[in-house]
Design a protein around this ligand. Structure first.
Ligand code: FES
Ligand code: FE2
Length: 468
């Protein structure tokens, strides 16, 4: 860490010196004064500025003037605005109905979300909970000694962090009389204690280790313990319909775990779609110019983004997707380039070169490079219900990248996709034409099918009751 900081100090000092040299020579040229006089000019400007600052700070405000209050309000707003823009990590949470639905008649977008959900034909969909690692929650959401109830992948889980700091996920219901272990249960050592009669269950294997009023503990007194790993700022759970142990692992990103890159925020979206729709977007290169071509300022509503007002600028994309060979066949890789052009002229500041690795069905590490530095989006996609997904992005960037720029990247354009996903049906038999673009989607579907197995849960109940 010390080495990182000394490197940063050195780079900052070099930048400062470079700034002085360049600005002194520019000043010399523009003002037509000898170089040594530039120094004098600088000193006098700095001392005037210093004098003004001291005057402002030491003057007692005149509270009989209403303008004083106006100044205070303006200053407070400016300070908060600067904090919000330059220091506070982004935390953008959008629930179902917040975006991606078109309000019908006198109904709100949220009410419309309910109608669309109920009446939508689900289509001929694949199983709803694929096999693989899925994010339970970000590490910072679970403190030592804390327990939380979590519903995902059709499971009800008691997730807790034991007193040694290790995270565990157990089936939530106590085998004694069915209390939910995390709804009031307390962490004791490496166990969680049921809130009802105080039976204790070990996080590692789910075994009951203590019953307060019985010496004998039946062998069958246990709950299922799910494989859990904690890496890259996330607690992940391994889900497999055949109860197979993890067949691959999530790679550690040292830039995150060793603190080389800085956390700049998160976004969270709830999406009403089949889980496969979201990764499939990565292989769908022909939607990029259609959905993501209009400049970001034109907004996320697909109906209005074609406005002429924003037609002077656009995003340009190139993309290529491939499945990696064994032993990494569970990884799909997308290479992407992005630029922005204004009146047909490309602005180099916004060039991005991206490599996104889709690691199984639930995790993406999307690394990018820009002229401001490098970074990674950590994407977690977890089915909350058969047709409801929680999509979370975290961003980590090199310290050289200005925070507003990192936030700008975060506001990327997944929200336009959400309007498509929320309103579409999964098309089991798509009408593809002979083309490189459509055949890539077919390839993605063949690749993705490895995450389904014989007993993968299917969406049957609602299909029967809602499709007519
Ligand atoms: S229900 Fe859990 S100890 Fe009785
Ligand atoms: Fe997209």
């Amino acid at each position: 860490m010390a080495a990182v900081w000394s490197r940063r100090c050195l780079v900052s000092l070099c930048c400062f010196l470079l700034f002085i040299v360049v600005s002194a020579s520019v000043t010399e040229k523009i003002l037509q004064v000898p170089l040594f006089e530039v120094g004098e000019l600088w000193l006098s400007a700095a001392s005037t500025l210093y004098g003004r600052m001291v005057q402002i700070v030491t003057t007692v405000p005149d509270f009989s003037q209403w303008t004083t209050y106006v100044y205070f309000v303006v200053a407070a707003v400016a300070v908060y605005g600067a904090y919000f823009l330059f220091l506070k990590p982004l935390d953008r949470v959008r629930k179902l109905g917040d975006l991606g639905y078109i309000a019908e008649g006198s109904f709100t977008a949220k009410e419309t979300a309910n109608f669309v959900q109920k009446r939508r034909k689900v289509g001929n969909i694949p199983p709803v909970y694929p096999n693989g690692w899925f994010g339970i929650m970000e590490s910072f959401c679970l403190k030592t000694g804390e327990a939380k109830t979590v519903s995902m992948l059709g499971l009800n889980l008691a997730v807790f962090r034991d007193e040694g700091g290790v995270a565990h996920a157990l089936d939530a219901y106590c085998p004694h009389m069915g209390a939910n272990l995390a709804a009031g249960g307390r962490v004791k050592g490496d166990c969680i204690e049921c809130p009802f009669h105080a039976w204790r269950f070990r996080g590692e294997d789910g075994k009951c280790t203590h019953i307060p009023y019985s010496e004998k503990i039946p062998d069958i007194a246990k709950v299922k313990s799910w494989p859990v790993v904690e890496v890259n700022g996330w607690i992940y759970l391994w889900h497999h319909a055949e109860d197979v142990d993890p067949t691959w692992h999530l790679p550690e990103m040292e830039e995150i775990t060793k603190g080389q890159w800085v956390y700049r925020g998160r976004t969270e979206h709830i999406i009403n779609a089949h889980v496969e729709e979201i990764p499939e977007n990565g292989a769908d290169v022909s939607h990029l110019s259609q959905v993501h071509g209009c400049i970001i300022g034109a907004g996320i509503d697909l109906r209005h983004m074609w406005t002429k007002r924003w037609a002077f600028a656009q995003h340009n994309w190139t993309a290529a997707w491939e499945a990696l060979p064994e032993p990494e066949s569970h990884i799909g890789q997308l290479r992407l380039t992005h630029s922005i052009s204004v009146f047909g002229v490309r602005l180099p500041f916004f060039d991005l070169s991206v490599t996104a690795q889709q690691i199984g069905p639930g995790v993406v590490y999307l690394q990018f490079e820009s002229m401001f530095g490098r970074g990674v989006f950590v994407q977690s996609l977890t089915p909350v219900e058969p047709m409801m997904q929680k999509l979370v992005h975290n961003i980590y960037v090199t310290w050289t990248m200005p925070i507003p720029i990192a936030k700008f990247y975060m506001l990327g354009e997944v929200e336009r996709d959400i309007m498509i996903w929320n309103n579409k049906q999964y098309e089991g038999r798509p009408l593809f034409v002979k083309s490189k673009e459509d055949s890539l989607i077919s390839r993605h579907r063949r690749w993705y099918s490895q995450f389904y197995s014989e007993n993968s849960p299917r969406f049957t109940f609602q299909k029967k009751s809602l499709e007519w």
